[in-house]
Design a protein around this ligand. Sequence first.
Ligand SMILES: NC(=O)c1ccc[n+]([C@@H]2O[C@H](COP(=O)([O-])OP(=O)(O)OC[C@H]3O[C@@H](n4cnc5c(N)ncnc54)[C@H](OP(=O)(O)O)[C@@H]3O)[C@@H](O)[C@H]2O)c1
Length: 330
Amino acid sequence: MKVAVAGATGSVGCEMMNVLEKRDFPVSEILLLASERSSGKKLKFKGEEIEVKTLKEDSFKGCDIALFSAGKKVSLEFARYATSSGCLVIDNSSAFRMDKDIPLVIPEINQGDIALNKGIIANPNCTTIIMCLPLWPIHKRFRAKRVVVATYQAASGAGMRAMNELLDETKAVLLGESYERKIFPFQYAFNLFPHNSPMMDNGYCEEENKMVFETRKIFHEENFNITATCVRVPVLRAHSEAINIELEEEASVDEIYEVLKEAPGVKILEDRPNNRWPMPIDASCEDEVFVGRIRKDPTQRNSFWLWIVGDQLLKGAALNAVQIAEYVIK
Ligand SMILES: NC(=O)c1ccc[n+]([C@@H]2O[C@H](COP(=O)([O-])OP(=O)(O)OC[C@H]3O[C@@H](n4cnc5c(N)ncnc54)[C@H](OP(=O)(O)O)[C@@H]3O)[C@@H](O)[C@H]2O)c1
């Protein structure tokens, strides 16, 4: 396969290359694309230094698969050049996720939708993927009646520059120096704030709406009952989420653990006697979504809390995209 990575110098793009290499994806040639700013820069793939090229209309000639992670605007402008060259696009941005003709896929959940693609497959939002992976098997077994989720999202979810801004701002605060932010609107070091995505007419921010609408599309359930609060926390990598699920079918904590033990891509991580539960540093650079603290909510019938943590650059982005590509080849 000749594979193009559009956005190769970004935080997701770098992980794309790592994942392709680690999973031994059958790459005969890799094409690394980014903006003019990165032209000529060299990145390593399978021990070889590869020059980054500027993304152009004719970049995709002869390519089989293009993994896009250069933002919505770039996807909207360039994906069609890739598809018209006969190249399959797997897109990490929000450009096509809610387009009814474009499959939105988490392979562990709706791999069947891959076959419906007409040249573009969308990768869901990172926070959505991390939540849906453990939620889906619980929903399948006990039917979720209502889901309430609160997220604790890492800086790298907003890209490489955001991660660097958190590091630099933290140093500046510790040294008592002033710091001029370029990415985040508020002090991020030693602080947190509700998600900085645009505020929508329904009173929720865009990220919260993505979690709701994308989950419904992936589950094929228009009325799936879910509501979210998204928050940025000063963590470099891996998103955490607290989920409260009310179930229709009678369930116990032990039964939910049993379901999750068997769930693909999910790993239980906890040490109850030592009050030790999944943390972002556990999930960073790991493929699995970690789950723990499953407990009954005494305020409502048949309801449970879950604490989940996942690397949003891997399962939340690059890994999910490469898994989709693997299914396409299969
Ligand atoms: N970060 C996450 O956890 C995450 C998770 C899921 C999905 N996503 C989505 O993935 C996409 C990339 O996110 P990221 O975090 O990797 O961002 P990032 O670190 O800021 O990287 C952006 C990449 O896009 C390239 N780019 C920007 N403008 C371009 C242009 N006009 N033409 C060609 N390339 C251009 C950049 O190239 P230069 O280096 O040359 O500027 C860079 O390679 C976004 O749509 C984001 O929403 C991100």
